[in-house]
Design a protein around this ligand. Structure first.
Ligand code: FAD
Ligand code: EPU
Length: 342
Protein backbone atom coordinates (compact mmCIF):
# COMPACT_ATOMS: atom_id res chain seq x y z
CA UNK A 1 0.00 0.00 0.00
CA UNK A 2 1.27 3.45 -0.92
CA UNK A 3 2.60 5.56 1.92
CA UNK A 4 3.21 8.58 -0.31
CA UNK A 5 2.37 11.92 1.28
CA UNK A 6 -0.74 13.71 0.06
CA UNK A 7 -0.44 15.97 -2.96
CA UNK A 8 -2.06 19.37 -2.37
CA UNK A 9 -3.18 21.17 -5.54
CA UNK A 10 -2.93 24.89 -6.31
CA UNK A 11 -0.91 26.07 -3.31
CA UNK A 12 0.29 29.67 -2.80
CA UNK A 13 4.09 29.88 -2.59
CA UNK A 14 3.99 33.32 -0.92
CA UNK A 15 4.57 31.99 2.62
CA UNK A 16 7.36 29.77 1.30
CA UNK A 17 9.69 32.37 -0.27
CA UNK A 18 11.44 35.12 1.71
CA UNK A 19 10.90 37.68 -1.08
CA UNK A 20 7.23 37.16 -0.20
CA UNK A 21 6.15 37.26 -3.84
CA UNK A 22 2.88 35.67 -4.80
CA UNK A 23 2.81 32.68 -7.16
CA UNK A 24 1.00 29.38 -7.20
CA UNK A 25 2.35 25.85 -7.46
CA UNK A 26 0.07 23.39 -9.24
CA UNK A 27 1.08 20.61 -6.82
CA UNK A 28 2.75 20.52 -3.41
CA UNK A 29 3.97 17.69 -1.21
CA UNK A 30 5.45 17.95 2.29
CA UNK A 31 8.38 15.57 2.77
CA UNK A 32 8.70 14.60 6.43
CA UNK A 33 11.09 11.65 6.03
CA UNK A 34 13.48 10.08 3.53
CA UNK A 35 11.12 7.14 3.29
CA UNK A 36 8.13 9.25 2.27
CA UNK A 37 10.11 10.81 -0.58
CA UNK A 38 11.27 7.35 -1.62
CA UNK A 39 7.61 6.18 -1.61
CA UNK A 40 6.50 9.17 -3.69
CA UNK A 41 9.19 8.39 -6.27
CA UNK A 42 8.37 4.67 -6.35
CA UNK A 43 4.64 5.41 -6.65
CA UNK A 44 5.43 7.45 -9.77
CA UNK A 45 4.31 10.85 -8.43
CA UNK A 46 7.35 12.62 -9.87
CA UNK A 47 7.08 11.10 -13.34
CA UNK A 48 6.36 13.64 -16.08
CA UNK A 49 6.34 16.48 -13.52
CA UNK A 50 8.71 19.43 -13.25
CA UNK A 51 9.99 19.25 -9.69
CA UNK A 52 11.13 22.03 -7.35
CA UNK A 53 12.88 20.92 -4.17
CA UNK A 54 12.10 23.62 -1.61
CA UNK A 55 13.80 24.41 1.69
CA UNK A 56 13.24 27.77 3.42
CA UNK A 57 12.75 29.64 0.12
CA UNK A 58 15.43 32.17 1.09
CA UNK A 59 17.43 31.91 -2.12
CA UNK A 60 14.64 31.85 -4.67
CA UNK A 61 13.06 34.33 -7.03
CA UNK A 62 9.68 32.97 -8.09
CA UNK A 63 8.77 34.84 -11.28
CA UNK A 64 5.55 33.10 -12.22
CA UNK A 65 3.23 30.26 -11.24
CA UNK A 66 5.06 26.97 -11.03
CA UNK A 67 3.46 24.28 -13.13
CA UNK A 68 4.88 21.24 -11.40
CA UNK A 69 5.40 19.49 -8.07
CA UNK A 70 6.99 21.27 -5.11
CA UNK A 71 8.74 18.91 -2.69
CA UNK A 72 8.97 20.81 0.57
CA UNK A 73 11.76 19.31 2.68
CA UNK A 74 10.52 19.14 6.26
CA UNK A 75 12.34 16.06 7.57
CA UNK A 76 13.87 16.73 10.98
CA UNK A 77 16.57 15.16 13.15
CA UNK A 78 19.99 16.05 14.51
CA UNK A 79 22.33 13.35 15.83
CA UNK A 80 25.89 13.06 17.01
CA UNK A 81 26.68 9.90 15.05
CA UNK A 82 30.35 9.40 15.92
CA UNK A 83 33.24 10.97 17.77
CA UNK A 84 36.87 10.41 16.97
CA UNK A 85 39.98 11.86 18.56
CA UNK A 86 39.82 14.63 15.94
CA UNK A 87 36.17 15.27 15.15
CA UNK A 88 32.53 15.28 16.15
CA UNK A 89 30.48 13.81 13.31
CA UNK A 90 27.00 15.34 13.37
CA UNK A 91 24.23 14.36 11.00
CA UNK A 92 21.29 16.71 10.37
CA UNK A 93 18.24 16.21 8.19
CA UNK A 94 17.58 18.53 5.26
CA UNK A 95 14.47 20.08 6.80
CA UNK A 96 16.20 21.38 9.91
CA UNK A 97 16.50 25.16 10.15
CA UNK A 98 20.13 26.17 9.49
CA UNK A 99 20.51 28.75 12.27
CA UNK A 100 18.82 26.50 14.87
CA UNK A 101 21.22 23.74 13.86
CA UNK A 102 24.26 26.03 14.29
CA UNK A 103 22.96 27.04 17.73
CA UNK A 104 22.50 23.37 18.64
CA UNK A 105 26.14 22.58 17.77
CA UNK A 106 27.33 25.51 19.90
CA UNK A 107 25.19 24.44 22.87
CA UNK A 108 26.67 20.96 22.60
CA UNK A 109 30.20 22.40 22.76
CA UNK A 110 30.97 21.58 19.12
CA UNK A 111 32.22 24.82 17.58
CA UNK A 112 33.10 25.46 13.93
CA UNK A 113 29.97 26.82 12.30
CA UNK A 114 29.64 30.00 14.42
CA UNK A 115 30.62 32.40 11.58
CA UNK A 116 27.65 31.02 9.61
CA UNK A 117 25.10 32.01 12.27
CA UNK A 118 21.80 33.57 11.24
CA UNK A 119 21.95 32.55 7.57
CA UNK A 120 18.30 31.84 6.74
CA UNK A 121 17.14 28.58 5.21
CA UNK A 122 17.52 24.87 5.74
CA UNK A 123 20.37 22.46 6.40
CA UNK A 124 19.55 20.67 3.12
CA UNK A 125 20.21 23.80 1.07
CA UNK A 126 23.51 24.60 2.80
CA UNK A 127 25.64 22.53 0.40
CA UNK A 128 23.70 23.67 -2.72
CA UNK A 129 25.47 27.03 -3.03
CA UNK A 130 28.05 26.20 -0.34
CA UNK A 131 26.78 28.93 1.97
CA UNK A 132 29.43 31.30 3.20
CA UNK A 133 29.85 34.30 5.44
CA UNK A 134 32.46 36.12 7.49
CA UNK A 135 35.42 34.15 6.15
CA UNK A 136 33.95 30.63 6.37
CA UNK A 137 32.26 28.37 3.80
CA UNK A 138 30.16 25.41 4.91
CA UNK A 139 31.94 23.01 2.53
CA UNK A 140 34.99 23.14 4.81
CA UNK A 141 32.93 21.28 7.45
CA UNK A 142 30.91 18.88 5.29
CA UNK A 143 31.95 15.24 5.57
CA UNK A 144 29.22 13.92 3.26
CA UNK A 145 25.81 14.69 1.80
CA UNK A 146 22.98 12.16 1.74
CA UNK A 147 21.06 12.45 -1.53
CA UNK A 148 18.24 10.70 -3.34
CA UNK A 149 18.08 10.52 -7.13
CA UNK A 150 14.65 11.84 -8.12
CA UNK A 151 14.33 9.60 -11.20
CA UNK A 152 15.09 6.26 -9.53
CA UNK A 153 14.81 6.72 -5.76
CA UNK A 154 18.42 5.55 -5.40
CA UNK A 155 20.02 6.92 -2.24
CA UNK A 156 23.69 7.83 -2.16
CA UNK A 157 26.16 9.19 0.36
CA UNK A 158 28.24 11.73 -1.50
CA UNK A 159 31.66 12.41 -0.04
CA UNK A 160 32.29 16.11 0.70
CA UNK A 161 35.34 16.04 -1.58
CA UNK A 162 33.14 14.99 -4.53
CA UNK A 163 30.77 17.92 -4.04
CA UNK A 164 32.86 20.43 -6.03
CA UNK A 165 32.51 23.14 -3.40
CA UNK A 166 33.64 26.58 -4.55
CA UNK A 167 32.48 30.16 -3.95
CA UNK A 168 28.65 29.96 -4.04
CA UNK A 169 28.93 26.80 -6.12
CA UNK A 170 28.81 23.00 -5.95
CA UNK A 171 28.01 19.89 -7.95
CA UNK A 172 24.33 20.49 -7.02
CA UNK A 173 24.28 23.65 -9.14
CA UNK A 174 26.00 21.85 -12.02
CA UNK A 175 26.09 18.11 -12.86
CA UNK A 176 23.38 17.19 -10.31
CA UNK A 177 21.17 20.25 -10.87
CA UNK A 178 17.49 19.27 -10.71
CA UNK A 179 18.35 15.57 -10.45
CA UNK A 180 18.59 14.97 -6.70
CA UNK A 181 17.19 16.04 -3.35
CA UNK A 182 19.47 16.42 -0.37
CA UNK A 183 18.04 14.34 2.50
CA UNK A 184 20.67 15.19 5.10
CA UNK A 185 24.18 16.44 5.66
CA UNK A 186 26.96 15.01 7.85
CA UNK A 187 29.29 17.61 9.33
CA UNK A 188 32.80 16.95 10.65
CA UNK A 189 33.45 19.50 13.39
CA UNK A 190 37.06 19.47 14.56
CA UNK A 191 37.65 18.96 18.30
CA UNK A 192 40.66 21.26 18.04
CA UNK A 193 38.84 24.51 17.40
CA UNK A 194 40.47 27.46 15.66
CA UNK A 195 38.51 30.72 15.80
CA UNK A 196 38.16 32.39 12.40
CA UNK A 197 38.67 36.07 12.97
CA UNK A 198 40.19 37.13 9.64
CA UNK A 199 37.08 38.96 8.34
CA UNK A 200 37.52 42.66 9.14
CA UNK A 201 33.91 43.19 10.31
CA UNK A 202 34.17 40.35 12.83
CA UNK A 203 37.55 41.48 14.14
CA UNK A 204 36.18 45.04 14.58
CA UNK A 205 33.05 43.84 16.35
CA UNK A 206 35.04 41.70 18.80
CA UNK A 207 37.57 44.48 19.45
CA UNK A 208 34.74 46.89 20.23
CA UNK A 209 33.56 44.50 22.96
CA UNK A 210 37.11 43.85 24.15
CA UNK A 211 36.67 40.12 23.57
CA UNK A 212 40.34 39.29 23.00
CA UNK A 213 40.01 35.48 23.25
CA UNK A 214 36.39 35.06 22.16
CA UNK A 215 34.49 31.84 22.62
CA UNK A 216 32.59 30.37 19.67
CA UNK A 217 29.35 31.61 21.23
CA UNK A 218 30.75 35.13 21.42
CA UNK A 219 31.81 34.99 17.77
CA UNK A 220 28.30 33.79 16.88
CA UNK A 221 26.86 36.72 18.84
CA UNK A 222 29.14 39.19 17.04
CA UNK A 223 28.14 37.76 13.64
CA UNK A 224 24.44 37.86 14.57
CA UNK A 225 24.72 41.50 15.62
CA UNK A 226 26.60 42.52 12.44
CA UNK A 227 24.04 40.73 10.28
CA UNK A 228 21.10 42.32 12.10
CA UNK A 229 22.58 45.77 11.46
CA UNK A 230 23.43 45.20 7.80
CA UNK A 231 20.81 42.91 6.34
CA UNK A 232 17.04 43.27 6.18
CA UNK A 233 14.97 40.80 8.19
CA UNK A 234 12.85 38.88 5.64
CA UNK A 235 9.94 38.76 8.10
CA UNK A 236 9.85 42.57 7.92
CA UNK A 237 10.94 43.27 4.33
CA UNK A 238 11.08 40.61 1.63
CA UNK A 239 14.54 39.74 0.29
CA UNK A 240 16.86 36.85 -0.57
CA UNK A 241 20.13 38.21 0.85
CA UNK A 242 22.75 39.18 -1.75
CA UNK A 243 21.06 39.25 -5.13
CA UNK A 244 24.32 38.96 -7.09
CA UNK A 245 27.51 37.01 -6.53
CA UNK A 246 30.66 39.01 -6.02
CA UNK A 247 32.30 38.79 -9.50
CA UNK A 248 35.74 37.26 -9.80
CA UNK A 249 38.00 38.95 -12.38
CA UNK A 250 41.53 38.41 -13.67
CA UNK A 251 44.47 40.34 -12.23
CA UNK A 252 44.70 42.33 -15.50
CA UNK A 253 41.02 43.37 -15.42
CA UNK A 254 41.39 44.25 -11.75
CA UNK A 255 44.39 46.50 -12.41
CA UNK A 256 42.62 48.29 -15.27
CA UNK A 257 39.53 48.82 -13.12
CA UNK A 258 41.57 50.01 -10.14
CA UNK A 259 43.42 52.57 -12.28
CA UNK A 260 40.08 54.02 -13.40
CA UNK A 261 38.33 53.66 -10.01
CA UNK A 262 40.81 53.97 -7.13
CA UNK A 263 38.06 53.33 -4.54
CA UNK A 264 37.33 49.85 -5.97
CA UNK A 265 36.66 47.35 -3.14
CA UNK A 266 38.10 43.88 -3.79
CA UNK A 267 39.70 40.87 -2.14
CA UNK A 268 42.44 38.47 -3.32
CA UNK A 269 40.95 35.24 -4.69
CA UNK A 270 43.95 32.99 -5.38
CA UNK A 271 45.90 32.68 -8.65
CA UNK A 272 46.17 36.46 -8.77
CA UNK A 273 42.46 36.88 -9.54
CA UNK A 274 40.30 39.26 -7.47
CA UNK A 275 36.80 39.12 -6.06
CA UNK A 276 35.09 42.49 -6.47
CA UNK A 277 32.50 43.77 -3.99
CA UNK A 278 29.37 43.81 -6.17
CA UNK A 279 27.65 45.97 -3.52
CA UNK A 280 30.26 48.69 -4.13
CA UNK A 281 29.82 48.52 -7.93
CA UNK A 282 26.03 48.84 -7.61
CA UNK A 283 26.32 51.56 -4.98
CA UNK A 284 28.65 53.58 -7.25
CA UNK A 285 26.02 53.45 -9.99
CA UNK A 286 23.65 55.21 -7.59
CA UNK A 287 21.20 52.37 -6.98
CA UNK A 288 21.28 52.17 -3.18
CA UNK A 289 17.84 52.90 -1.74
CA UNK A 290 16.20 53.32 -5.17
CA UNK A 291 12.92 51.65 -5.98
CA UNK A 292 10.74 50.93 -8.99
CA UNK A 293 7.26 50.41 -7.68
CA UNK A 294 7.60 47.95 -4.82
CA UNK A 295 10.84 46.41 -6.11
CA UNK A 296 13.84 48.15 -4.62
CA UNK A 297 17.48 48.20 -3.61
CA UNK A 298 18.01 48.03 0.16
CA UNK A 299 18.99 51.38 1.62
CA UNK A 300 21.87 49.99 3.73
CA UNK A 301 23.29 47.36 1.34
CA UNK A 302 23.15 47.82 -2.43
CA UNK A 303 23.68 44.10 -3.08
CA UNK A 304 20.31 43.24 -1.54
CA UNK A 305 17.12 43.65 -3.58
CA UNK A 306 13.92 43.97 -1.59
CA UNK A 307 10.18 43.67 -1.97
CA UNK A 308 8.61 46.73 -0.34
CA UNK A 309 5.18 45.08 -0.37
CA UNK A 310 3.52 43.85 -3.52
CA UNK A 311 6.35 43.52 -6.03
CA UNK A 312 6.03 40.56 -8.38
CA UNK A 313 8.94 38.23 -9.05
CA UNK A 314 9.19 39.56 -12.60
CA UNK A 315 9.35 43.18 -11.38
CA UNK A 316 12.28 42.20 -9.14
CA UNK A 317 13.89 40.36 -12.06
CA UNK A 318 13.46 43.46 -14.29
CA UNK A 319 15.08 45.69 -11.66
CA UNK A 320 17.95 43.20 -11.37
CA UNK A 321 18.38 43.26 -15.15
CA UNK A 322 18.56 47.07 -15.20
CA UNK A 323 21.20 47.00 -12.46
CA UNK A 324 23.23 44.41 -14.38
CA UNK A 325 23.13 46.57 -17.53
CA UNK A 326 24.13 49.70 -15.61
CA UNK A 327 27.04 48.01 -13.83
CA UNK A 328 28.21 46.59 -17.16
CA UNK A 329 28.03 50.05 -18.79
CA UNK A 330 30.03 51.65 -15.97
CA UNK A 331 32.60 48.95 -15.22
CA UNK A 332 32.41 46.34 -18.01
CA UNK A 333 31.69 43.74 -15.30
CA UNK A 334 28.87 41.20 -15.70
CA UNK A 335 26.97 40.47 -12.47
CA UNK A 336 25.54 37.01 -12.03
CA UNK A 337 22.42 36.50 -9.86
CA UNK A 338 22.85 34.39 -6.74
CA UNK A 339 19.23 33.25 -6.11
CA UNK A 340 17.69 30.51 -8.18
CA UNK A 341 15.04 31.76 -10.64
CA UNK A 342 11.83 29.71 -10.75
P1 FAD B 1 15.74 27.51 -0.91
O1 FAD B 1 15.67 28.98 -1.18
O2 FAD B 1 14.49 26.81 -0.56
O3 FAD B 1 16.38 26.81 -2.19
C1 FAD B 1 17.54 27.34 -2.81
C2 FAD B 1 18.02 26.34 -3.88
O4 FAD B 1 18.42 25.13 -3.24
C3 FAD B 1 16.92 25.92 -4.87
O5 FAD B 1 17.53 25.65 -6.09
C4 FAD B 1 16.37 24.65 -4.27
O6 FAD B 1 15.80 23.79 -5.24
C5 FAD B 1 17.63 24.03 -3.69
N1 FAD B 1 17.36 23.19 -2.51
C6 FAD B 1 16.88 23.59 -1.31
N2 FAD B 1 16.81 22.53 -0.48
C7 FAD B 1 17.23 21.45 -1.16
C8 FAD B 1 17.38 20.08 -0.86
N3 FAD B 1 17.08 19.58 0.34
N4 FAD B 1 17.82 19.25 -1.83
C9 FAD B 1 18.14 19.73 -3.06
N5 FAD B 1 18.02 21.03 -3.41
C10 FAD B 1 17.58 21.88 -2.47
N6 FAD B 1 23.62 32.79 1.70
C11 FAD B 1 24.94 32.68 1.98
O7 FAD B 1 25.61 31.82 1.41
N7 FAD B 1 25.54 33.50 2.87
C12 FAD B 1 24.88 34.46 3.54
O8 FAD B 1 25.46 35.19 4.34
C13 FAD B 1 23.48 34.61 3.28
N8 FAD B 1 22.77 35.57 3.90
C14 FAD B 1 21.43 35.70 3.64
C15 FAD B 1 20.72 36.71 4.31
C16 FAD B 1 19.37 36.85 4.08
C17 FAD B 1 18.60 37.93 4.84
C18 FAD B 1 18.69 35.99 3.18
C19 FAD B 1 17.21 36.14 2.96
C20 FAD B 1 19.40 35.02 2.49
C21 FAD B 1 20.78 34.86 2.71
N9 FAD B 1 21.54 33.89 2.03
C22 FAD B 1 22.88 33.74 2.32
C23 FAD B 1 20.92 33.02 1.03
C24 FAD B 1 20.21 31.78 1.63
O9 FAD B 1 19.95 31.96 3.00
C25 FAD B 1 21.02 30.51 1.45
O10 FAD B 1 21.30 30.28 0.09
C26 FAD B 1 20.30 29.28 2.02
O11 FAD B 1 21.16 28.17 2.02
C27 FAD B 1 19.04 28.93 1.24
O12 FAD B 1 18.36 27.91 1.97
P2 FAD B 1 16.85 27.56 1.71
O13 FAD B 1 16.53 26.35 2.48
O14 FAD B 1 16.01 28.76 1.98
O15 FAD B 1 16.87 27.22 0.15
N1 EPU C 1 29.72 48.03 -0.18
C1 EPU C 1 29.42 49.31 -0.58
N2 EPU C 1 28.11 49.67 -0.68
C2 EPU C 1 27.10 48.80 -0.40
C3 EPU C 1 27.41 47.49 -0.01
C4 EPU C 1 28.74 47.12 0.10
O1 EPU C 1 30.31 50.11 -0.84
O2 EPU C 1 25.94 49.21 -0.53
C5 EPU C 1 31.14 47.64 -0.06
C6 EPU C 1 31.72 48.00 1.31
O3 EPU C 1 33.02 48.50 1.11
C7 EPU C 1 31.85 46.67 2.02
C8 EPU C 1 32.03 45.69 0.86
O4 EPU C 1 31.27 46.25 -0.23
O5 EPU C 1 32.94 46.66 2.87
C9 EPU C 1 31.54 44.29 1.15
O6 EPU C 1 30.24 44.35 1.70
P1 EPU C 1 29.77 43.30 2.84
O7 EPU C 1 30.82 43.15 3.88
O8 EPU C 1 28.40 43.68 3.26
O9 EPU C 1 29.75 41.93 2.09
P2 EPU C 1 29.20 41.52 0.65
O10 EPU C 1 30.38 41.22 -0.21
O11 EPU C 1 28.23 42.52 0.15
C10 EPU C 1 29.18 38.97 1.17
C11 EPU C 1 28.23 37.85 0.91
C12 EPU C 1 27.17 37.80 1.99
C13 EPU C 1 27.86 37.55 3.33
C14 EPU C 1 28.84 38.72 3.58
C15 EPU C 1 29.66 38.48 4.82
C16 EPU C 1 28.17 37.42 -1.46
C17 EPU C 1 27.43 37.58 -2.74
N3 EPU C 1 27.63 38.00 -0.40
O12 EPU C 1 28.44 40.19 1.03
O13 EPU C 1 26.30 36.69 1.72
O14 EPU C 1 26.94 37.48 4.37
O15 EPU C 1 29.75 38.83 2.47
O16 EPU C 1 30.58 37.46 4.57
O17 EPU C 1 29.21 36.78 -1.45
C18 EPU C 1 24.33 36.08 0.56
O18 EPU C 1 25.03 35.32 -0.12
O19 EPU C 1 23.08 36.16 0.41
C19 EPU C 1 24.97 36.94 1.56
C20 EPU C 1 24.29 37.82 2.30
Amino acid sequence: MSKSPAILPNISLQPFNTFGVEAKASAYMEITSSQCLMDAIQDGFLEGNSVLVLGGGSNLLVQKDFNGLVLHMRNRSIKLIRQTAETFMVQASAGENWHDFVQWTLHQGMPGLENLSLIPGSVGASPIQNIGAYGVEVGEFIDSVQIIHLSSGRMENLDGKSCGFAYRDSIFKNELKGLVAVLGVTFALPRKWTPRLDYADVARELAAREWKMPTATQIAQAVIDIRKRKLPDPTVIGNAGSFFKNPVVSEETYRTLLAAHPGLVSYPYGDGSRKLAAGWLIDQCGWKGRRKGDAGVYEKQALVLVNHGNATGSEIAELAHEIQQDVFRHFGVQLEPEPVFV
